[in-house]
Design a protein around this ligand. Structure first.
Ligand SMILES: Nc1ncnc2c1ncn2[C@@H]1O[C@H](COP(=O)(O)OP(=O)(O)OP(=O)(O)O)[C@@H](O)[C@H]1O
Ligand SMILES: [Mg+2]
Length: 476
């Protein structure tokens, strides 16, 4: 419960009380109020309000003012300040009485504001993943969301962390490790977010554990693939010392830490080739394309011809959310037909998403390179060679094709399994049969690298002859 003198707000119950009496409040006004509260006294811009509260509709500014003046009536003078031309600020509550909520966690409130920014576009096609993840948080204290680059790990983790924390009256602290490469800088980043201080110049895990204390907190350790060792040790120590804390990590590769539960996510669903209009529109990838276009103010006609082209674009991108986001931005300039023609040549050039995105997410090439840079030399060579498989392959068949004098069969097998763990290969399980494939974006990159190395003709012809000899090993 957040108390502002005579007014008390329960975010969980979506209720507002004045002098102890429940007050009527509309859903939109409450959404705006929630946004203001979670921003912990910071300015909330009109754009942020529009994106959060009306993500898919066009809203005139007057509409916001109507809700703000209703909130002002409720709160009384002096609580909600207008910053002319920019937005609004709500003073911090005089008291926070969330059950078990630790007293003054302003740093955590700041992190919650970060989560809200992430929520500004709707999360599409992830209901099942979100439910599974939510349940995993109920049961375990360390959960990792893993999956390929740009698949939506961060987006999903932040949404679920926020929902889970709200219902359990926990705080959320989000630390992004994408820009970090040492244990030292990771620990500093966590301490900074938690509002703690290092005991000496060199922060230790013990400093972080002490700062976390016995808070009821959800720690979202995001984008961990470059600092797996450091984060694994940190998570184990926090989990051992604080029985309440919940740690949700995202990484292209699981941490392999004690007690870790892993939830792997795949790209969004795609429509079958011969799907009807309703089925096409209902698939995750196509829904995201349209939601994103709407939110960005871009209109595409919804005739069957355009829909088919959009479905082809999403298939070519393998349903990868980051790729769809970039594709929408490009389709606005090239038209969907023009975009499809460009994608037929290559998909790696796609770029132009969020101005604030990390450099690894600015182009599809950069997103694969981020993973490629973390591979050993044999893993790089094996990934390149796997590009000769247009669809799925099984382990035995693949190892026959890609092993050579430089990489023996056992080494090839080890590398293929390691690539799968690092989310560079997709695992398909049908009954007892397991097969693998490369996502389109990874295959496009691997083809380029294989051509560059001069090995394409050799491995391509090995693939063709092995396919003729043992067709069961490969999908046609
Ligand atoms: N289900 C979704 N609905 C709408 N947008 C999504 C969805 N999933 C991801 N996105 C958008 O796609 C982009 C990439 O998502 P995100 O950053 O979560 O991917 P990631 O898997 O964490 O990538 P990385 O491995 O690079 O960290 C983001 O801009 C995000 O908002
Ligand atoms: Mg991420």
């Amino acid at each position: 419960m957040y108390v502002f003198d005579r007014v008390a707000v329960s975010l969980d119950g979506r209720q507002v009380f004045r002098d102890g009496q429940a007050q009527p409040i509309g859903a939109r006004a409450f959404d705006i109020l929630e946004l203001l509260i979670r921003s912990a006294g910071k300015l909330v811009t009109k754009d942020e309000i529009m994106r959060l509260v009306w993500p898919t509709t066009f809203v005139v500014e007057n509409n916001i003012q109507v809700h703000i003046s209703a909130l002002r009536k409720l709160f009384g003078d002096g609580w909600i300040r207008t910053v002319p031309g920019r937005g609004y600020q709500l003073r911090t509550p005089s008291q926070m009485t969330a059950p078990h909520a630790p007293s003054q966690e302003l740093a955590a409130a700041k992190a919650v504001a970060g989560v809200i920014t992430q929520r500004s576009w709707p999360l599409v096609g992830r209901d099942d993943d979100a439910n599974t993840l939510y349940e995993m948080l109920q049961r375990g204290s360390l959960v990792t969301v893993s999956g390929p680059g740009g698949v939506g790990k961060t987006r999903l983790a932040l949404s679920v962390a926020r929902a889970w924390a709200d219902s359990n009256h926990f705080q959320v602290c989000h630390v992004d490790f994408a820009g970090h490469s040492t244990q030292h800088s990771c620990l500093l980043a966590v301490l900074e977010k938690l509002g703690g201080a290092a005991g000496s110049n060199a922060p230790t895990i013990a400093d972080v554990v002490q700062t976390v204390g016995d808070r009821q907190i959800v720690l979202v350790f995001d984008n961990c693939e470059r600092v797996l060792q450091a984060v694994a040790s940190l998570c184990e120590c926090i989990a051992a010392s604080n029985g309440h804390a919940v740690i949700l990590t995202t990484s292209r590769e699981p941490l392999r830490a004690m007690g870790e539960r892993v939830h792997s996510i795949s790209p969004l669903t795609l429509p079958e080739e011969n799907a009807g209009e309703a089925e096409t529109l209902a698939s995750g990838a196509i829904s995201m394309f349209f939601e994103h276009a709407r939110a960005s103010g871009i209109r595409f006609p919804a005739d069957p011809g355009t829909l088919n082209v959009i479905a082809d674009i999403c298939r070519r991108l393998g349903g990868l959310p980051l790729a769809i986001e970039l594709a929408v931005a490009r389709a606005a300039l090239l038209g969907v037909q023009g975009l499809l023609r460009e994608l037929e040549k290559s998909i790696l050039w796609l770029s132009g998403g969020l101005r604030t995105a990390h450099p690894r997410q600015k182009t599809l090439r950069a997103t694969v390179e981020w993973s490629y840079a973390l591979l050993s030399e044999p893993e790089c060579a094996v990934l390149r060679r796997l590009a000769v498989f247009p669809r799925t392959f099984n382990l035995a068949g693949a190892c026959d094709v890609i092993s050579c004098a430089d990489i023996g069969r056992d080494a090839a097998l080890t590398s293929v399994l390691s690539l799968a763990k690092k989310s560079l290969l997709t695992l398909h399980t049908e009954g007892p049969v397991k097969s693998y494939s490369l996502l389109p974006v990874e295959r496009a990159y691997a083809i380029e690298r294989l051509m560059e190395s001069g090995e394409w003709p050799c491995f391509r012809s090995r693939y063709v002859s092995s396919k003729d000899n043992a067709p069961a090993n490969f999908a046609s």
